[in-house]
Write a protein that binds this ligand. Structure first.
Ligand code: FAD
Length: 500
């Protein structure tokens, strides 16, 4: 992907865009893939980096969401399981099957969870991954060595999908680009261009340069997740706020806190939340929380109560309990939940995870909500609606069977950039030369996942990575020091939880 070339296309007034997407998270990138592969002239502008907001901070599951069965949302679960099957097929290098156990510490739980998960399996139909079954207590401990054995009756064993969220976002950006879209990160939309009450384009500013652009398009789509009210207010300053963000954090621990390659799902902690402990890139992800309402921020701060909640619950379910000193990384994301008209307060756990698609009087299309897992279907609905808004002749959506261009970082065992980080210098070079990485944080957080795996070691390697990037981008020593300052400011959000 070539950023300069995409920017030159944005600046070229003779290029007329059919569809312009604001926001380069899962939702916006999914729309770009869909629109470009239907043959529309497509542009996507992302203010920060691709997936820098919520889309790099998920639990990294491509799943039906077992917990939604409890709320009776069978349709949402079936839709998600269908998308799970498609993603396993269309992005096999990035989306893989993952086995789970749901431990039973009361005798009836095995039957209760077993029947729910059998239904889950049935809903997947012929896109199922593997079958659900019962394991004895010893078989369960054989799969998850650090699980608490005392009082364990056994478990329900099932399968779901796991992925690398920020890398899938890059695969989607590349796929859209290869289908002719102009996709540009670090390019923020500042204003909507309007004529006779209709949105006819956007004014945008390069966040890593000085240039500003006015870009005209037949349809503008607001896919800015938790920020979508801010774009709606650019359209109509009186617009009612519809997003109720809920914060979820994860902590990253050594593999020994799980033991094995099977994940653990606790469907209901004592306050009714779901808890996951998941093997990921040789570590364990423990999450998540559900705290709301919270302010909308690009880099939300993990709160100490949230960290304490996760550590305390890990202590209940695992033999060797983690402490604050064991945390390797911590990350927080905001769920872009859409308020139903009747919800005024802050009960985010009861708001549906399915998406909302609206068209303003000005023709601004807004898509919000949903999940990573369902991005493709959300994109299909959005582009089909955009065809009506733009008065285009309708074209078939081809993304259900469209492979995504996934070339993976090496995750090498030898010659790595630093002892515990599974990446090579080639990966850094490719991030800058082919994957539009502009900042040190783009490289260390999303092209590679270094900061998500080992924050302390990422800080140590940062100066060398910044100097290498400066060489490739033609930047000065001053740029290196500015990048290091910015990188360290971002990491300071996590400082209380990461031992120096
Ligand atoms: C803790 C947590 C765990 C989750 N786990 C899972 C999971 O395991 N599986 C799953 O399927 N889903 C999961 N989700 C849900 C999923 O991550 C989100 O639904 C999805 O990432 C939302 O993507 P988005 O593109 O709508 O929003 P975002 O990722 O927030 O993208 C919106 C983008 O718009 C950009 N933007 C904002 N303003 C402007 C502007 N003016 N100009 C240009 N760009 C702008 C932002 O910078 C941002 O990058 C989880 C969510 C959370 C919070």
């Amino acid at each position: 992907m070539n950023r300069a070339e995409s920017i030159a296309r944005l600046a070229d007034k003779s290029e007329e865009w059919d569809i312009l997407i604001v926001g380069g998270g899962a939702t916006g990138l999914g729309i770009a893939v869909d629109a470009a592969s239907r043959g529309y002239r497509t542009a996507l502008l992302e203010k920060a980096d691709f997936a820098e907001s919520t889309s790099s901070k998920s639990t990294k599951l491509i799943h039906g969401g077992v917990r939604y069965l409890r709320g009776g949302e069978v349709g949402l679960v079936r839709e998600s399981l269908r998308e799970r099957g498609r993603l396993l097929r269309n992005a096999p290098a990035l989306v893989k099957p993952l086995s789970f156990v749901v431990p039973a510490y009361r005798w009836y739980e095995q039957f209760f969870y077993g029947s729910g998960l059998t239904l889950y399996d049935l809903l997947a139909g012929d896109l199922g991954i593997g079958s659900t079954g019962h394991l004895s207590d010893l078989e369960t401990i054989g799969k998850v060595q650090n699980l608490r054995g005392k009082g364990l009756y056994g478990s329900t064993f099932y399968w779901d999908g796991q992925f690398d969220d920020a890398r899938l976002a890059i695969a989607m950006a590349r796929t859209a680009y290869e289908h002719g879209a102009a996709v540009v990160n670090h390019m923020g939309v500042e204003r909507l261009l309007k004529e006779k009450g209709r949105v006819v384009g956007v004014a945008a500013k390069n966040q890593v340069g000085e240039d500003e652009f006015e870009i005209r398009a037949k349809v503008v789509i607001n896919a800015t997740g938790v920020f979508s009210d801010s774009i709606r207010k650019m359209d109509d300053p009186e617009a009612e706020e519809r997003i109720a963000p809920s914060q979820g954090i994860h902590i990253v621990l050594d593999q020994s806190f799980l033991g094995g390659e099977t994940a653990v799902m606790i469907p209901s902690t004592d306050d009714g939340r779901v808890l996951f402990a998941i093997p990921w890139k040789g570590r364990v992800l423990l999450g998540t929380t559900d705290t709301g309402p919270v302010p909308v921020e690009l880099h939300p701060k993990p709160e100490s109560e949230e960290v304490a909640y996760l550590l305390e619950h890990a202590g209940r379910y695992f033999e060797k309990a983690p402490g604050v000193g064991d945390i390797k990384a911590v990350f927080a994301g905001l769920r872009p939940l859409v308020k139903p008209a009747s919800v005024a307060g802050g009960d985010t756990a009861s708001i549906s995870r399915s998406h909302s698609l609206t068209v303003g009087e000005s023709n601004l299309v807004t898509i919000a909500g949903g999940k990573w897992t369902t991005y493709r279907e959300m994109a299909e609905d959005t582009v089909t609606l955009a065809e009506r808004v733009g008065d285009f002749e309708s074209r078939a959506c081809i993304t259900a069977d469209l492979p995504l261009l996934c070339e993976e970082p090496s995750e090498a065992k030898a010659e790595t950039i630093s002892p515990s980080l599974p990446y090579r210098w080639d990966d850094i070079d490719r991030a800058v030369e082919q994957e539009m990485a502009q900042t040190l944080d783009d490289v260390l957080s999303r092209r590679t996942r270094c900061t998500f795996l080992e924050t302390k070691e990422s800080k140590e390697i940062a100066p060398e990575v910044a100097r290498r990037m400066a060489g490739l981008l033609g930047k000065s020593d001053e740029w290196v020091s500015e990048e290091l300052t910015r990188f360290s400011e971002l990491r300071s959000l996590e400082t209380p939880y990461i031992p120096e």
